[in-house]
Design a binder for this molecule. Structure first.
Ligand SMILES: NC(=O)c1ccc[n+]([C@@H]2O[C@H](COP(=O)([O-])OP(=O)(O)OC[C@H]3O[C@@H](n4cnc5c(N)ncnc54)[C@H](OP(=O)(O)O)[C@@H]3O)[C@@H](O)[C@H]2O)c1
Length: 311
C-alpha cells in the first residue's frame, strides 16, 4: 500500500492535511512532536524503518518569527537540522519529500513578485533557518517538492485571521502594519495541493516536476472589496496586513452585522516595531504552479473561516 508520513499534524497545515487526505485508500501515518520529534535522529530513523514511507510531508516547523530572533538554537534545530534528518532518511528510503517554505527567505527589497529561482537573502532568523532547511533538502535529495507559501490562515489554531476575530469586540484601536505586502493563503488549499502532488506521484503521471513551487491562494475575488479589478494580471498582486485585517472585519460585518466595536489603525513597520525585521514585499509569483493546480480565492475562504470560527 502507498504510505505517507505526515509530521506536525497538530499545526494548522497539518490539521488541514488531516481533514483532506482521508478516503484516498492510502496508509497515512500522522505524527506530532510527541510521536515524531523531527530533531531526534534516533526517533526519525526508527519511524522510517518501521513505516517505510513512499512520501513524507513535513508540516512541522518553528513558526514564531519574532521569538526565533532570540530562540535561535530552537529555530535552527527544527527548521534546519530536523529537515536535514528527514531529508537523509528520505534519501535512504527513496521517499518523495514534500516540504513547506516561506517568502521570508527573500529580503522583500525588490518591487516585483519573487520567482522560484530568485536569489534568497533572508532578513531574519526564521527566514535564514527556513533557507538552511531548503538547502539541506537540495543537497541530499533529487526527489523533493518545496512549496513556498505565505500568510497562511485557517480555522485551525492561531493565525492572523483568528487573532483579528478574537480582537473583534475590543473597543481599543487595533494597530496593523500597512507597508508590508503579501498573499494570504488558505491552509486547505495547501492541503489539497499536497493531496494532488501525492496522487500524481502515486499514479506516475508526472504533472509535478521535482523542485520549488511558489503557491498562494488566489486574489481573483468575486467579493465587493475595495479592489476594482479582478483581471488575470492582478492575481496575486498582494495586500497589506492592514488590507487583510480590513477584509476580515468587512466579512465579519456581513456575517454578524453591527456587533463589532473595533477601530483599525494602519501603522508603518517602524511604528509597529516588532522584534524581527520582515520583508516589505512578500509577493510570490505563482505562475509556475498555476499551470498545474488552481487555488481558491482567499476572500471566499476567509468567509468560510469566519463562518466556522464564529459559530
Ligand atoms: N504559517 C505561515 O504563514 C507559513 C508561511 C510559509 C511557510 N510556512 C511553513 O509551513 C509549515 C507549517 O506551518 P503552520 O502554519 O502549520 O505552523 P504551526 O501551526 O506553527 O505548526 C507547526 C507544527 O510543528 C510542530 N513542531 C514543532 N517542533 C517540532 C518538532 N521538533 N518535531 C515535530 N513537530 C514539531 C508544532 O508542534 P508544537 O505546537 O507542539 O510546537 C506544530 O504542531 C512550517 O514549516 C512553516 O515554516 C508557514
Amino acid at each position: 500500500m502507498y504510505r505517507l508520513l505526515v509530521t506536525g499534524q497538530k499545526g494548522q497545515i497539518g490539521q488541514a492535511i488531516r481533514d483532506r487526505i482521508q478516503d484516498q485508500g492510502w496508509d497515512v501515518l500522522f505524527t506530532d512532536i510527541d510521536t515524531l520529534d523531527i530533531t531526534n535522529a534516533k526517533q526519525v530513523q526508527s519511524v522510517f524503518k518501521r513505516f517505510k514511507p513512499d512520501v513524507v510531508v513535513n508540516a512541522s516547523g518553528y513558526t514564531d518569527v519574532d521569538k526565533a530572533e532570540y530562540d535561535t538554537a530552537a529555530a535552527e534545530s527544527i527548521n534546519a537540522y530536523g529537515v536535514y534528518l528527514l531529508a537523509i532518511q528520505c534519501h535512504n528510503f527513496g521517499a518523495l519529500f514534500i516540504h513547506f517554505s516561506t517568502e521570508y527567505i527573500f529580503s522583500g527589497h525588490g518591487r516585483r513578485a519573487y520567482l522560484e529561482d530568485d536569489t534568497p537573502t533572508p532578513l531574519n532568523v526564521y527566514g535564514r533557518t527556513k533557507l538552511q532547511g531548503e538547502q539541506y533538502i537540495k543537497t541530499y535529495l533529487s526527489r523533493y517538492i518545496i512549496i513556498r507559501t505565505s500568510w497562511v490562515f485557517s480555522e485551525y489554531g492561531q493565525n492572523f485571521v483568528t487573532t483579528m476575530l478574537s480582537l473583534s469586540r475590543e473597543t481599543a484601536p487595533i494597530r496593523v502594519v500597512n507597508d508590508q505586502i503579501g498573499c494570504p493563503t488558505y491552509a486547505g488549499d495547501l492541503a489539497n495541493l499536497v493531496v494532488d502532488i501525492a496522487k500524481d506521484y502515486h499514479a506516475e503521471t508526472g504533472r509535478y516536476r521535482f523542485g520549488d513551487y511558489n503557491f498562494c491562494s488566489d486574489s481573483d475575488s468575486d467579493s465587493d472589496s475595495d479592489s476594482d479589478s479582478d483581471s488575470d494580471s492582478d492575481r496575486n498582486s498582494g495586500v497589506s496586513w492592514f488590507d487583510f485585517a480590513y477584509a476580515v472585519f468587512e466579512e465579519l460585518d456581513k456575517y454578524k452585522p453591527g456587533e463589532q466595536g473595533r477601530c483599525l489603525i494602519g501603522v508603518t513597520s517602524e511604528e509597529y516595531a516588532s522584534i524581527a525585521t520582515r520583508p516589505k514585499n512578500g509577493i510570490l509569483d505563482c505562475h509556475k504552479i498555476s499551470l498545474i493546480f488552481r487555488p481558491s480565492d482567499w476572500r471566499c475562504k476567509l468567509r468560510h473561516v469566519i463562518a466556522i470560527t464564529m459559530t
